[in-house]
Structure formats: structure tokens, C-alpha cells
Design a protein. Structure first.
Length: 280
């Protein structure tokens, strides 16, 4: 049964057994199991189990490495047999792990799922410079940017990419998806990303639907649209500056008020010569 082979694939990944993962991947193909199903509900599920164990302190980095090795061994067998979805969208995406971060397990899995979903993926790899995302997006007029980070010290670079996209006037020309262990929905929204998802399967499904809401490529990448995007960014920036100035003014006013209240108001009899001079 398909359920049995899927469970066995997951167990092979949990055990970090490359040879068994390859053998079971071949068997799943021979048994007519959909390769996408074998990856998502077999290999990826096993990787998710190990990742969860790692988060709980029940597994360690060597376990993650062994599990990812087994997962990739099985994926190498299955991926060539995956049929890209006939969405007709001819969507192009760029994916990479952000600058300063060399972790790429999650990124590779998301790329595989997106490719299976019909995306033509441009994989920039790990430790990708901020400028490289911008350059690649513009050169290929992409529909999607997917960035990942596994460390809180590096995930701030994803915000920098989004800010440059806004400055260049091309933020609305694509869907931006971010991910990684430290990335929450609140953080993703706060930096201007469109979404984040806990696993590759949901990320791929969401992205496939999200790009359908985009304008036609020629329209959103037109010079007029880009210029409007630049104007929009400058307006946002101007409002931010004004807001910060107002905040600074209120803060100063509150400090003066606090100091005044701490000193108190002196009556005429209590005033010294200096007090009278200052209050004059």
C-alpha cells in the first residue's frame, strides 16, 4: 500500500539511511506512487520529524545532517519523475538563503516543491548577497522571490532586500515569501513580505495561488508601473520621517513636563533670586 511505503520513506530519513531511502524511492516508483506524494508525505515528513526532535532537544546537528542526506538521496531518485503542474502561468521565481546564512535544507525543499508546482526556479544558493536578489529579479522579471534564514542575526537582511525592492519601484511586481525557523507571520508582515509558511508543501501551494492575483507581467514590469512604485516608496518614506519627528517632539515635550512636575511650582515667598531670574 502507498501508506506503507510513505511511512518507510519517512523512517529512512529519520534513521539517516541514504541507501534505504534510495531503495524505497525506487520501489515507490515501481509501485506507482506519485513522486510528489512520496517526497511530501514520505521524505519531507521524515525531515519534519527530525527537525521537531531537534527543536525539543531530542536530536542534534549530526542527526539533522544525516536525515537531510537521506532525504536528498531519495529526492534525487524521485525528482526527475515529477511532472510540473500545467498551470499555464509560466511563473519564474528566484530563491536563496540570505546573506550571512549557509543553511539550505529548507530552501532546497521549497525549491523542489515550487518546481513541481510549475515554477521555473532560479536557485541562488546560500549566503546570497542582498544585491544579487535584486539584480536577478530585475534581469528575469520574476513573479516570486523566496528568501530563507535560520538565524535571527541574518533574517534582518531579508528586510533590506524588500526595502530595496520598494526603493527600486518593483516591490509590487512580484510576490515575496520569506521563511526559516525564526521567521514568524508577524515578522514577515512587519518587514513587508507577503507571507511565510511552516513547511515547503504549504509554501508552494500558497505561492501558486498568490501569483494568480498579480497583474500581467508586461503591466507590472512596465516603466510606468516602476516609476509609480518609486513615487509610492518616497511617499511612504516622507510619512515615516514626519512621524518620527512628531514622536521626537512628543518625547521632548513629555520630558519637559516630567521635569517641571518633579520640580514643582514655587510661590513668590519660596523663590530665590535665581528662580526669579529664570522665571522672568
Amino acid at each position: 500500500m502507498a501508506a506503507d511505503i510513505l511511512n518507510q520513506l519517512a523512517e529512512a530519513v529519520v534513521d539517516g539511511d541514504d541507501d534505504l531511502a534510495e531503495e524505497l524511492a525506487q520501489k515507490s516508483l515501481a509501485d506507482g506512487v506519485d513522486p510528489y506524494n512520496a517526497i511530501v508525505n514520505g521524505l519531507a515528513r521524515g525531515m519534519a520529524i527530525v527537525s521537531d526532535q531537534y527543536e525539543k532537544g531530542e536530536a542534534f546537528v549530526p542527526n539533522l545532517l544525516l536525515a537531510s542526506g537521506a532525504m536528498y538521496a531519495g529526492m534525487d531518485i524521485l525528482t526527475p519523475y515529477m511532472k510540473a503542474a500545467e498551470s499555464g502561468l509560466q511563473a519564474v521565481g528566484v530563491i536563496g538563503t540570505i546573506e550571512g546564512d549557509v543553511h539550505d535544507i529548507g530552501k532546497n525543499l521549497v525549491k523542489t516543491m515550487l518546481s513541481a508546482g510549475g515554477f521555473k526556479m532560479i536557485d541562488l544558493g546560500a549566503d546570497v548577497p542582498i544585491e544579487k536578489f535584486i539584480e536577478t529579479a530585475k534581469e528575469n522579471k520574476v513573479d516570486l522571490i523566496s528568501m530563507s534564514a535560520l538565524m535571527t542575526t541574518t533574517m534582518t537582511n531579508m528586510e533590506k532586500v524588500i526595502e530595496i525592492l520598494q526603493e527600486e519601484g518593483i516591490r509590487d511586481s512580484m510576490v515575496v515569501m520569506v521563511g526559516g525557523a525564526p521567521v514568524s507571520e508577524e515578522y514577515a508582515t512587519g518587514i513587508g513580505a507577503d507571507s511565510t509558511h511552516p513547511d515547503a508543501m504549504h509554501a508552494s501551494a500558497w505561492a501558486s495561488e498568490a501569483i494568480k492575483e498579480l497583474e500581467p507581467k508586461d503591466a507590472r514590469w512596465s516603466e510606468v508601473k516602476v516609476n509609480l512604485g518609486k513615487i509610492k516608496y518616497r511617499e511612504i518614506l516622507a510619512k515615516k520621517v514626519v512621524s518620527e519627528k512628531v514622536d521626537i517632539g512628543l518625547e521632548t515635550a513629555n520630558k519637559i513636563k516630567e521635569e517641571f512636575e518633579s520640580i514643582g511650582v514655587k510661590n513668590k515667598e519660596e523663590m530665590t533670586h535665581i528662580d526669579r531670574t529664570v522665571s522672568a
